[in-house]
Design a protein around this ligand. Structure first.
Ligand code: GLU
Length: 308
């Protein structure tokens, strides 16, 4: 039987010398204020047992990890119709790239690059009608999945990204010009920035993602959030696209479906066993948590719990 707590303790020790490697995201000015050298890691097993190390109660900006929840919700509503607007192939490009979108006529490669997540948010806005209601429904869904009403967003981060989100706004305008966005650009990006600004701790995130380790059904509450085949597809897209142009590198080193965010969080799924969340805000050159990625690599090396 694996002693998970001991493994987390060892990971924490091994990471100490490199916790100052990498750089905190500063293209969203409010994110640059985060204490840079923090580290947390949580795992939640199928029976709800959990293990933690570091500042696992500290809430941080989940940023692109929110795209897992919005993709889940949109698949839930639209099923495979969703793929008319967004693909499911790796992009091999940075998270906010405009170039590929122009070549590919405004259809983003996958729901985890920014353009793809903006389209997914647009489909939710079409379904829920206005910014406030759509955000409330997304938040309500995350609260339900997390079995935790105590989740909300950081208004400063939201506003800061809205004020400085020129590239995302450009992506949205480009897609609008290709008729791949149904709603008003300002409404879509406001909603997108708001769900990116949701804050959660590693303790909360590892609990929330458990449904993806269990074929779409939360193993503790028994609520089915998505069908088993849709859960398979979300995990597949996390494995192939969850780390932007470093998705291959993450699969190579960690070997688990995962999704990162520029706030420094990463979630990863060990199918049928557990979900994992890590947080460390200094990022590597691809915009993924430097120590978070290392921690997951050490974890799968020590436990042999990769999917391969
Ligand atoms: N809100 C961020 C952006 O659109 C999300 C990027 C990320 O977390 O990777 O730039």
């Amino acid at each position: 039987m694996i002693n998970y707590q001991q493994i987390l303790d060892e990971i924490f020790q091994e990471l100490q010398p490199t916790l100052t490697n990498g750089k905190v995201a500063d293209y969203i000015p409010a994110l640059a204020k985060v204490l840079p050298d923090q580290f947390a890691m949580s795992i939640t097993l199928m029976d709800g047992t959990s293990h933690h190390i570091g500042c696992s109660d500290t809430k941080f900006s989940i940023q692109s990890i929110s795209k897992v929840f919005t993709f889940t919700k949109a698949l839930n509503i639209y099923s495979k119709e969703l793929y008319r607007k967004v693909g499911r192939e790796p992009s091999g490009n940075p998270f906010n790239s405009l170039v590929q979108l122009e070549y590919e006529h405004g259809i983003p490669r996958n729901p985890f690059i920014n353009a793809g997540a903006i389209v997914v948010t647009d489909t939710l806005l079409s379904h829920y009608k206005n910014v406030d209601n759509t955000y409330d429904k997304i938040l309500g869904f995350i609260q339900e999945i997390s079995d935790n009403q105590d989740i909300t967003y950081d208004r400063d981060v939201w506003f800061s990204e809205y004020k400085h989100g020129h590239r995302n706004i450009a992506l949205a305008n480009l897609m609008k010009s290709f008729n791949n966005l149904d709603n008003n650009v300002d409404d879509v990006v406001k909603t997108y920035f708001k769900h990116c600004a949701i804050t959660m701790s590693t303790k909360e995130l590892s609990r929330a993602m458990l449904f993806l380790a269990n074929h779409g059904t939360d193993p503790i509450t028994n609520k089915e959030f998505i069908t088993s085949s849709q859960a398979k597809r979300i995990n597949a897209v996390m494995l192939t696209c969850g780390h932007y142009d470093a998705s291959g590198d993450f699969a190579f080193h960690v070997g688990l479906p995962g999704k990162s965010g520029v706030g420094g969080g990463i979630v990863a799924i060990v199918p049928k066993l557990m979900s994992i969340a890590v947080f460390s805000p200094r990022l590597n050159n691809w915009g993924n948590s430097y120590s978070g990625t290392k921690a997951l690599e050490i974890f799968t090396n020590k436990t042999s719990l990769s999917i391969f």
